[in-house]
Design a protein around this ligand. Structure first.
Ligand code: ZN
Length: 211
């Protein structure tokens, strides 16, 4: 069996095991040193990654990139620099910070500007730290949490996509344009996935963000 095929089978097995038995927390403990995320807090609060990432409101490709993120499988410049592939570790977007997932999805001025627009649209406070964990810990209805998680996963996906465009083609779309694209896409997705039976409080909020 070739190395590539073995890697694909291993990834498939990890995915199937974690997804079907809900063992992401136990499985991810071994990744605490590599990932840089606050896994101890995650473990204490029992917020399972599977519930955060594999969410019907989110687009499958968005789930996949976020799953790669939590598996520490995105090849950021910091990682590439560490193994000698990149001459520096500077963020491809802002060129002002070491490019790791925490910088890209939380601290880069580019993502901060997008998140500000997103939060104004969703009428929620700006996330503190990791937007997925933060949303998972909110005392919101399941519908609101699912929608906000799906939107934050879309933001992470788009930021990673823009980072790749910036790195490979030297082009970058302005945050306001990215926000509008993300908003349009997620409004269509929410309309398609939304159950007709939603509680009055959720309905008011959803009507507000869809109009
Ligand atoms: Zn940056």
């Amino acid at each position: 069996m070739s190395g590539n095929w073995k890697a694909i089978c291993k990834t498939r097995d990890l995915f199937q095991n974690g997804y079907s038995h809900g063992t992401w927390i136990a499985d991810l403990k071994g990744y605490s040193v590599k990932s840089g995320y606050d896994w101890i807090r995650l473990k204490e609060t029992k917020v399972g990654w599977s519930k955060l990432v594999w969410n019907n409101a989110a687009l499958p490709k968005h789930c996949f990139v976020n799953w790669l993120n939590i598996r520490n499988a995105l090849n950021t410049k910091e990682k590439l620099h560490r193994i000698g592939v990149s001459p520096d570790d500077l963020c491809c977007i802002c060129h002002a910070g070491s490019e790791n997932v925490t910088h890209l999805f939380q601290h880069c001025p580019y993502v901060i500007e997008i998140l500000e627009l997103i939060c104004a649209w969703l009428k929620i406070p700006k996330p503190q730290g990791n937007s997925l964990i933060w949303t998972g810990m909110r005392n919101w209805s399941q519908v609101q949490k699912a929608i906000c998680l799906a939107v934050f996963m879309a933001v992470n996906y788009i930021v990673w996509q823009q980072r790749n465009f910036a790195r490979l083609e030297g082009v970058l779309i302005r945050p306001a344009v990215v926000f509008n694209q993300c908003k349009t896409l997620m409004k269509i997705r929410i309309r398609c996935q939304l159950s007709k039976v939603v509680r009055a409080n959720d309905r008011d909020w959803i009507n507000c963000i869809l109009n």
